[in-house]
Design a binder for this molecule. Sequence first.
Ligand code: NAD
Ligand code: IPM
Ligand code: MN
Length: 346
Amino acid sequence: MTTYRIALIPGDGIGRDVTAAAWSVLEKAADKAGFTLDGQEFPWSCAFYKQTGTMMPADGIETLRGFDAILLGAVGWPAEVPDSVSLHGLLLPIRKSFVQYANIRPHRLLPGVKGPLRSEGFDILCIRENTEGEYSGAGGRVHQGTADEVAVETSIFTRTGVERILRFAFEQARARRGKLASVTKSNAQKFSMVFWDEVTRKLAGEYADVEVTSYHIDAMAARMVMAPESLDVVVASNLFGDILTDLGAAIQGGLGFAASANINPDRSTPSMFEPVHGSAPDIAHLGIANPIAAIWSGAMMLEHLGEKAAAGAIMAAIERTTAGGIGTIQGKDRTEAITAAILAQL
Ligand code: NAD
Ligand code: IPM
Ligand code: MN
């Protein structure tokens, strides 16, 4: 029997609840499909930081390297540990160290779910650059605390980084409806975004079967609200993709529905699967977090591992659950009730 080794990092807040929910669904799906998931849990989180002074041990990345995939909940507990410490100590180094440069975030309405704007009619795949750009962590502050203080945050865009994410997005568009929207702000940003647009135009020649259109990020934000049905694959830089995918989550009914896969397409390192949302401190102890985003992310993990039938079975179980009116409105059903319904459908 095939066994996959999965590293589980529940993290903070609702990350713990939704990871437990996703794991129970994944185990059942594996059991039914005839493969084994060998999960090992790591307590790396803000609580771990408070005990040890680090978000993960010094050899944390090396430990994770031996797994087939990573399932993560959410990282961050800003009341006790600054986000700049927690995210740069755990989530962001995993994405970067394992070259998980393609962050795939699907946005579509599940049956029975009414988004705030629509009840049907769009299917968007956001591809977010996940290792460089505005998240490069380059910069600094001088004259700190004085009237002359200056803070600089440098975005770094490399040809390797831009070309590989655009190529990945072109391939995704080719496999879907053949439309690619590339998002920049090349009217205001003179270097990086102009460069991105140039690489987009260069690759467009190689993908003549894909219809590619460049949009400014501000116009894209409006389009996702006004005409999401006009979009197929949307590719954007790290920060722009981050913002657009919370907007994508909103149009699909809320953050509890938005799944995500951090992929290294060359498969030389483990990829990581996690919901788009964070630790949601405002609802963390209430038991009402929607686990669908995490469970859907788990299905994306099985798909990545090559277990397509099991991944499809989980998606079908989620869809039958929401079609039956369970888990459709954020906060109405409890995490446990939604998970139990999905398990029953499986
Ligand atoms: P958030 O995504 O945690 O929450 C935003 C809003 O969405 C909140 O009102 C929350 O209650 C709601 N929400 C989120 N997930 C939900 C779910 N599954 N079901 C129902 N409602 C849900 O964003 P935030 O408040 O800006 O961030 C909180 C912490 O999480 C911060 O420390 C932040 O840095 C971190 N964060 C981590 C990740 C990650 O680990 N990938 C992602 C985003 C934010
Ligand atoms: C996400 C999150 C992270 C990001 C934060 C927590 C650093 O918002 O996964 O979307 O911006 O990538
Ligand atoms: Mn985000």
